[in-house]
Design a protein around this ligand. Structure first.
Ligand SMILES: [Zn+2]
Length: 234
């Protein structure tokens, strides 16, 4: 019993850790579809203007790991977002296992360069973050073709903030000799994204958005957008 309490205490303490975990030089081996992660970093569970979406995913499945550069890029982009929108909160969803490799049900996320980002939301045109405490159920949220939540049309995706965030990630990535290699967003939501002010800039950038997704995969990418980061080879 005492041992169990101790383990729980350690888990909770680790969960509340506000500094990223991990050390050594990170290495992403292979590809996002077949790869592994060496010396990754784990996001803090909650810090400043972001949090990791699920306690179970964080503690039990241990899926908040990425390459150190990907961690820095993400934090840098959130800092940028904080300057523009000091009160806005962001959501990180599943990343990679500590050592990478297969991560059910994702087909990718294997080498610490993939992150699922929770779609920023509005309710009655004001920032809405109740979904940040949905945990794993977040992946089950369903939106219509205009980005409105099916079960409550007052809640909708904030495509302007989504575009700003993706642009901020690209800027932060380029500083580290990386880039936003691929974005997966439900195909019928892309026009809503690209018609916003920052979405227009995004469309002009060279950031690649998946042009076709199998229906099952497509349907998954409304409550979140998936990003793969790539390394620029010298
Ligand atoms: Zn993903």
């Amino acid at each position: 019993m005492r041992k169990l309490v101790l383990i729980l205490l350690i888990s909770v303490t680790t969960a509340c850790s506000s500094t990223p975990k991990g050390n050594g030089k990170s290495k992403s081996e292979g590809s996002v579809k077949k790869g592994k992660l060496v010396n990754g970093r784990r996001f803090s569970r909650k810090k400043d203007n972001y949090k990791y979406f699920s306690f179970l995913s964080y503690i039990l499945f241990n899926r908040a790991w990425v390459h150190s550069k990907v961690l820095d890029i993400t934090l840098d982009a959130y800092k940028e977002c904080e300057v523009k929108h000091p009160k806005r909160k962001f959501l990180i969803m599943e990343c990679s296992n500590k050592k990478g490799g297969e991560m059910w049900p994702h087909r990718t996320h294997q080498n610490g360069t993939s992150i699922d980002f929770g779609s920023p939301l509005l309710k009655n045109k004001r920032p809405f973050t109740r979904d940040h405490s949905y945990g794993l159920r977040h992946y089950a949220m369903k939106f219509d073709t205009n980005g409105r939540l099916l079960r409550n049309k007052k809640i909708e995706i904030d495509f302007e903030i989504m575009a700003q965030h993706i642009l901020a990630l690209e800027v932060a990535a380029r500083k580290r000799n990386m880039f936003v290699k691929k974005v997966l967003l439900k195909i019928n939501l892309k026009d809503d994204l690209f018609k916003t002010k920052s979405g227009k800039l995004l469309k002009k950038s060279n950031i690649y958005f998946a042009k076709y997704l199998q229906p099952m995969i497509d349907n998954m990418h409304d409550d979140h957008y998936h990003i793969d980061f790539g390394f620029i080879k010298n």
